[in-house]
Design a protein around this ligand. Structure first.
Ligand SMILES: C[S@@+](CC[C@H](N)C(=O)[O-])C[C@H]1O[C@@H](n2cnc3c(N)ncnc32)[C@H](O)[C@@H]1O
Length: 346
């Protein structure tokens, strides 16, 4: 099978130390970012992009300026990585808030420029953001996770085909379906139906594929995944994917409500994939410096696995029985996430 390569990260020595330094700068901040640094970033931002209409730059600075002013770590990070001179960094930061799944496309060198035009070719440019795209641990991990999900979906699809059936795959919080588009998943309407749900209305699924979605076996709906537990489209699933979403959900709800509901939706031997981010320098940096939403995260792989195992035992006693396999992020020097593959036992 032809595999899309995982973009190899160029891990810079001491990246975590570098990240931790920005976090400390931010934490120790007592007033606004130093005036000289704020003015320098602003002046250079405008001076570096004279070909872009000033009104467009103003609109971007209106959003970004206060963030830089109130977060000295973000200001230092922007200066060190020349983010203000990049065509893509500020539009990407805005997307972190507006559409996280769209922001994740930056892992593959895709994003909007300052004019609002979408491009897939950032890695082929000299933009200062290129090293960040290649080795930011959150992007590195995202690529690994999408590849893992694509492999898992291929295996499930092959297994179900050998049983003479068509596989049913459900993707909750599907985003832009990167696992289908980027990593060699064999998309075939004859072999699998994929029911995908995301609450982000800015995702336009029909723009992501060149063919009609239903001809490809993809059925995408906007909405809250938690409202789909009685939806017949989600019942008798062979694989349920929840990538990059579990950390958004309160642990008590995830264990008490979501996992039991998923169990009921799955076919016997059906698989539930999810992953947990870890409170490592990478995500502290993402949350404190890149201003991602704040999650409560387990501090390391051991704690994350311990928490899931505890929940699994508790659910097992209630008749909700899953086996579990764990795959820590393997490309980062300090792992940033753990992928969990649970199989329903009946
Ligand atoms: C970090 S992104 C991951 C997207 C995709 N799974 C991936 O791996 O590329 C998380 C996605 O979950 C979606 N999401 C968060 N809470 C949701 C909910 N309650 N119902 C449906 N989608 C949700 C967000 O809109 C976002 O697109």
């Amino acid at each position: 099978m032809k595999r899309h390569k995982l973009l190899e990260p160029v891990i810079r020595d001491g990246k975590e130390i570098e990240f931790a330094r920005y976090v400390v700068i931010h934490k120790q901040q007592v007033g606004p970012t130093k005036r000289e640094l704020f003015d320098l970033l602003k002046d250079e931002f405008y001076a570096s992009h004279t070909s872009v209409e000033k009104s467009k730059l103003d609109k971007i600075w209106e959003f970004i300026g206060p963030k830089i002013e109130n977060n000295a770590g973000m200001a230092e990070f922007t200066k060190d990585n020349q983010g203000h001179k990049s065509d893509y960094f500020f539009p990407w930061l805005i997307n972190v808030f507006r559409s996280p799944a769209t922001a994740l496309e930056m892992s593959y060198g895709a994003g909007s420029d300052l004019n609002g035009d979408w491009t897939e070719g950032i890695l082929n440019t000299n933009d200062p953001l290129v090293p960040f795209i290649k080795d930011d641990p959150a992007f590195v991990y995202n690529r690994e996770r999408q590849l893992y999900v694509a492999d898992l979906a291929n295996s499930v699809q092959d297994l179900i085909k050998s049983q003479g059936r068509k596989a049913k795959i459900v993707d909750f919080g599907a985003g832009r379906l990167a696992w289908i588009r980027k990593h060699g998943y064999v998309l075939s309407a004859e072999q699998a139906s994929i029911y995908a749900f995301d609450r982000d209305p800015s995702i336009k699924p029909e723009e992501l594929f060149s063919s009609n979605l239903e001809d490809l076996g993809i059925y995408f709906k906007h909405g809250n995944f938690a409202a789909q537990f009685k939806n017949p489209d989600c019942q008798n699933a062979d694989l349920i994917i929840m990538a990059g979403l579990a950390s958004y959900i309160k642990a008590a709800d995830f264990v008490g409500k979501i996992i039991p509901a998923i169990y009921r939706l799955l076919n016997p031997d059906g698989i539930f994939f999810f992953d947990l981010q870890l409170d490592c320098p990478c995500y502290r940096h993402s949350m404190d410096i890149l201003d991602w939403p704040e999650f409560k995260l387990p501090s390391n792989i051991g704690d994350a696995i311990h928490d899931v195992e505890k929940s699994r035992r508790m659910l097992w006693e209630k008749g909700i029985k899953f086996s579990a396999e764990y795959q820590p992020d393997t490309y980062n020097t300090i792992p940033s996430g753990v992928m969990v593959t649970m199989q329903k036992i009946t």
